[in-house]
Design a protein around this ligand. Structure first.
Ligand SMILES: [Zn+2]
Length: 224
């Protein structure tokens, strides 16, 4: 089975525990015994944001030791710097909210596509891809309520409309009538642009967009 690693942890006896998202869209945990002590096997790419083919021995326990495993794709190489690796980690953050029982195949397709589109060092592209993945994640989890009209009154939304993470898109008139927490809002146009037409040099700064994504992660923590 193909799977994308999104978390790597060292466990006893130089072994690695890898959390992966499998091609069926389910979490799968793999144990690679003794690899960190091995003189012949390299563990560099057994790390987040790489795509692997794992051959299983037919068991379906919670943690599986694969019979064989081979790298299919890595969006970075041995020379990639710390900053670039940090950016790829940011891409994977929403996956930490996945629960074992879930099975959402489009999530796997999205992350694989993103890893193939990724070019280390192209900051604008990285930002567009991270935004797209975060919003796609919300949509696949059934948690995105973006609309071109206000969820309360049906008015067509202007540029100043806001998106409330729990309620959906809201016009400025209804915003004045309702009481919401400020930290649960994103600009509606940011969501629209990310979904429909990602701007090459967005209206918002990278710092602002990073703060928007942090709000999405906080929302996922309490919603999944
Ligand atoms: Zn309204």
């Amino acid at each position: 089975m193909r799977a994308v690693i999104y978390e790597r942890r060292e466990i006893e006896n130089g072994s690695l525990l890898l959390k992966t998202l499998g091609e069926s869209g389910k979490i799968k945990n793999f144990k690679i015994p003794g690899i960190l002590k091995s003189k012949t096997r390299n563990s560099y790419f057994l790390a987040p944001a790489t795509l692997w083919e794992f051959t299983l021995a037919g068991n379906d326990r919670e943690v599986v030791t694969p019979k064989e495993y081979s790298l299919v794709h890595a969006p970075y190489d041995f020379n990639t710097g710390y900053r670039e690796l940090t950016r790829i980690r940011e891409l994977l953050n929403p996956l930490a909210g996945l629960k074992p029982g879930l099975e959402i195949a489009p999530l796997f397709d999205d992350i694989v596509q993103t890893l193939y589109d990724w070019h280390c060092g192209d900051e604008v592209l990285e930002n567009v891809l991270i935004n797209r993945f975060y919003l796609g994640f919300l949509r696949h989890m059934g948690l995105l309520h973006y609309l071109p009209e206000c969820v309360h009154c049906g008015a067509v939304l202007g540029e100043t409309a806001q998106y409330h993470l729990f309620s959906g898109s809201i016009c400025t008139t209804c915003l004045r009538r309702q009481i919401y927490r400020e930290n649960e809002f994103l600009p509606n146009r940011w969501i629209r642009d990310c979904l429909e037409n990602p701007p090459a040099n967005g209206i918002f700064s990278r710092e602002q967009e990073s703060a928007f994504r942090q709000k999405i992660l906080n929302f996922l923590k309490i919603s999944t």
